[in-house]
Design a protein around this ligand. Sequence first.
Ligand SMILES: Nc1ncnc2c1ncn2[C@@H]1O[C@H](COP(=O)(O)OP(=O)(O)OP(=O)(O)O)[C@@H](O)[C@H]1O
Length: 337
Amino acid sequence: MSADEPLLSVRDLRISFDGAEAVRGLSFDVHAGEVLALAGESGAGKSLTARALLGLVPRDAVVRGTVRLRGGTELVGAKPRTLAALWGRRVALVPQDALSALSPVHPVGDQIAAAVRSLRGVSRREARARAAAALDRVGVPAARCGAYPHELSGGMRQRAVVALATAGDPDLVVADEPTTALDPDLRDQVLRLLAERQEETGAALVLVTHDLAAVRDHADRVLVLYAGRHAESGPAAPVLDHPRAPYTAGLLASLPPAAPVPGRGRRLPAIGGVPPAPGEPAVGCAFAPRCPLAEDRCRADVPGPRRVGAAAERREVSCHRSADLPGALGELFREAV
Ligand SMILES: Nc1ncnc2c1ncn2[C@@H]1O[C@H](COP(=O)(O)OP(=O)(O)OP(=O)(O)O)[C@@H](O)[C@H]1O
């Protein structure tokens, strides 16, 4: 096993329901110690992909391809027993809704202690001490260990879920829209906390979000998905500062400006049209009907990911036009009122 071997390798991942493919052949790696954001519009396949990294796909989903953990464990098609042995120890989930991750009938400290005990086989007393330490690390004071989930604020609950998910020091934490249910000022705190925990433990964090501002602030790398396919991936700052896929540029142009310019009304720019539904025929680039740069080849052939820039950057773009894009790509999607 070499030091730069990825923690997780995904190859040609396909997830379908009743023959309709929602994730259409994704390949990517997650390295230890990095924060990878999965971004894209609603329905792009972010959650399905992220949950497949934990072997947690809906019962009626048909999954193909491979999701391999360092050391060789294959998650696609793994037996429930194999998966149960990984959850909490090697991979863990921070879901969107903290209440769904916590039992309403036990104090949060007890829930974390129970997880520590089952993962580490320590005494009850030791588990309680570790649970208190885990809660303290995420900013839940010892005095609140005995609180039931409904007695905590939304932010505190989500912190408790981070403590629960990271109690077994997993190699990979998947956070699926972990802050959607929170007020904007708490969002940043929880994301910062997740990134801090990831840095302390050296784990990898896969963050599902449609919030590109959060990607800029908290992710090392980003994988932009469109209609279940790769649109663009690479280090977060260069991808967001200089997108090379028209779709990424359109998403960025849809962000409200950091500070409105007085006297210059600007309609919130958006990409016209809607993404195709899962199972819609995959002829050509799925973004072509909405892309101002689309030409005949875009409507005929599906573009595969192509490397751009230095190999060390691991930056790829799935666009036939990536070599001859206009400089100010975002302007294509901006409309002044
Ligand atoms: N259990 C299911 N049965 C049928 N279709 C599903 C199921 N789960 C997801 N899908 C479909 O798969 C597609 C991708 O879903 P997914 O939840 O991964 O999207 P997403 O990018 O995470 O979107 P959002 O930001 O809205 O959560 C969607 O079109 C969705 O309707």
